[in-house]
Design a protein around this ligand. Structure first.
Ligand code: ARG
Length: 580
């Protein structure tokens, strides 16, 4: 599938070369939206001076040499040298039909690249909070989209599974007993376990001493300590997986690549950085100073590689992630879907990795990108907290969203079977939260507001889900299978044309999301498509169309609209119920 603009641009470029020779090869055709036609080509205005001709003459020459097959209905020079272009209805109709006949809906596959994506990354024996919600949902949508575009995505769940807190956590596990209910609470409420361990650590000097000794044994690889640590890890996996399955996120145990998996690489990295003169000793610690990275009063900010107590820094582990992803996974691009507050940290990691040769200096060779994730705020515009000030539990929010949706569907569709209502509530509640998260630019903050997220109007998940349910009901009444519908498309009414043009944008929008990592652009597109469909449905009767041909054509438009919405929502990780 090609959007008309994308078909037009190369044709204008060829016309330029045909009219003015090789000098203008590759010139920008300057295609812009127009009030008077579908688009305006302003290349003549841009090139006239360079060619030493009047813009109007250049425009005439372009039109004369324009070879676009059936694409264009009219191309007229106006004013000082604008070209107003109207696309042919037949061409548009054919493209729509081709998209409907294609299981990929006309979306091109790209040359496959290997793309590790670092996302979600909660911490073992700790609660996943709303901050983890965004990296999980946005990362998963990028994984789905890049995969759909033909890439090999390698999910990397960089869980926090190492470091000093594990001394205290392992000691607490020993005290309560591995198989006790206090241990199993990690599966449902890790915060309760963590807080209990913390209270002992703060309240008992004896416990604190044992916890510190336990860290040393953990780092030394003591088998019994490692076994207990593994137990905590397993309990946490139950918890993570429950959150992932509630959210409908594609992460599995196979994607776990936690901090601890890099342990063996760290001493070598330290030695290497020291040998290459990149890291230096500073007050007993091994650090990297990078030109341009300064903090307050222009004081250089160090990247800690090895602390004075021998422990490794968070940055060292991240250097190991870069090295692993480039050298072992053979990445073409690497995405870090991580909080915006870690921006400086990641920049320092990339820069150090480039100096050390872990990452090619030329970004064209391996592109590494921080997909910066903003915060979720409460109504007071501060980081979302419970009334008591504790971080808000993710599962609690999700349960609340589903209950909210359940109340709505019980009222709206009481006649539906109980199980179906429960399923719809789950899809709408979870889908609404996910969509709200995705529809905001990933680096800006947003206020968590369930009423807005679950509203049936506006740019929301439920609005789009409702649009798909309505389309399904139209197609059901007509006895049409959306996948199999292949009646020829006729584009005559303006509202049909609007809808058809919108449908042709899917390919371009997905390519853009895959290139600049902004799923909110897909949300905006789907929202606009649903609105365009609404206007079409108001202006153009479908089931009661005047003649059989028009009816069949409009059903094809409905079928492709439904499939496009469902495909788009799927790439966002949002399910669409059959009825709503
Ligand atoms: N576990 C960290 C946290 O909860 C996020 C890790 C992000 N990924 C990374 N490679 N640094 O904040």
């Amino acid at each position: 599938m090609v959007a008309p603009i994308d078909a037009l641009a190369p044709a204008v470029q060829s016309a330029l070369v045909a009219a003015f020779g090789e000098d203008v090869r590759g010139a920008d055709p300057v295609v812009r939206p127009s009030q008077f036609a579908d688009v305006q080509v302003n290349a003549a205005m841009a090139l006239a001076k360079r060619l030493g001709r009047k813009p109007r003459d250049v425009a005439d020459a372009i039109v004369e040499h324009l070879e676009t097959g059936d694409l264009i209905a009219s191309a007229e020079v106006s004013g000082p040298g604008f070209i107003n272009v109207t696309f042919s209805d037949t061409w548009i109709a054919q493209q729509v039909q081709a998209a409907q006949a294609d299981p990929r809906l006309g979306v091109a596959t790209q040359p496959a690249e290997i793309i590790p994506i670092d996302y979600s990354a909660p911490n073992v024996a700790k609660e996943m909070h709303v901050g983890h919600l965004r990296t999980t949902i946005i990362g998963d949508s990028l994984a789905r989209t890049l995969e759909h575009l033909g890439h090999t995505v390698i999910r990397q769940n960089h869980v926090g599974d190492w470091g000093t807190p594990f001394g205290m956590l392992v000691e607490h596990l020993l005290e309560v007993g591995e198989d006790s209910s206090e241990a199993h609470v990690v599966e449902t409420d890790p915060n309760a376990f963590y807080q209990a361990a913390r209270a002992k650590f703060d309240g008992s000097e004896d416990f604190a001493t044992r916890a510190r000794a336990r860290v040393v044994r953990l780092q030394a690889g003591d088998p019994e300590t490692l076994r207990l640590w593994g137990k905590l890890y397993d309990l946490s996996k139950v918890y993570f997986n429950r959150v992932y399955s509630t959210l409908g996120v594609t992460l599995t145990d196979a994607d776990l690549a936690g901090e601890s998996s890099y342990n063996e690489d760290l001493p070598g990295i330290c030695a290497d950085l020291e040998a290459k003169g990149i890291a230096t000793m500073d007050d007993g610690a091994l650090v990297v100073f990078l030109p341009g990275f300064t903090g307050r009063e222009d004081k250089p900010v160090p990247l800690f590689i090895r602390k004075s107590d021998g422990g490794y820094g968070y940055g060292t582990t991240d250097l190991a992630t870069v090295k692993h992803r480039v050298e072992d996974l053979h990445a073409d691009r690497i995405l870090y879907v991580v909080g915006v507050t870690q921006s400086l940290h990641l920049q320092m990691v990339y820069e150090t990795a480039r100096q050390a040769g872990y990452l090619p200096k030329d970004p064209a060779e391996v592109q590494v990108e921080h997909v910066k994730i903003g915060s979720v705020l409460g109504e007071d515009r501060k980081i979302l907290k419970t009334r008591s000030g504790a971080p808000l539990r993710l599962m609690y929010l999700l349960d609340e969203a589903v209950q909210h949706a359940r109340a709505y569907i019980d009222e709206a569709r009481p006649e539906l079977p109980e199980q179906e209502r429960a399923d719809i509530a789950r899809m709408v509640g979870i889908g609404g939260v996910k969509y709200a998260d995705l529809s905001v630019a990933h680096d800006s903050d947003y206020v968590f507001d369930l009423d807005r997220m679950l509203a049936l109007t506006g740019n929301t998940g439920p609005y789009l889900q409702y649009a798909t349910a309505r389309l399904r009901s139209i197609l059901r009444s007509a006895g049409v299978d959306p996948e199999a519908q292949d009646a020829p498309v006729l584009v005559t009414e303006p509202a049909e044309r609007e809808l058809a043009l919108k449908l042709l944008d899917l390919d371009g929008v997905l390519a853009q999301v895959g290139a600049i990592y902004e799923p909110h652009r897909l949300c905006t597109y789907l929202f606009e498509l649903a609105q365009t469909f609404s206007s079409f449905y108001e202006a153009c009767p479908v089931l009661k169309a005047d003649d059989e041909q028009t009816r069949a054509s409009r059903l094809t438009l409905c079928a492709l609209t439904l499939r496009t919405l469902v495909q788009g929502l799927d790439l966002l990780g949002v399910e669409a119920p059959e009825r709503m």
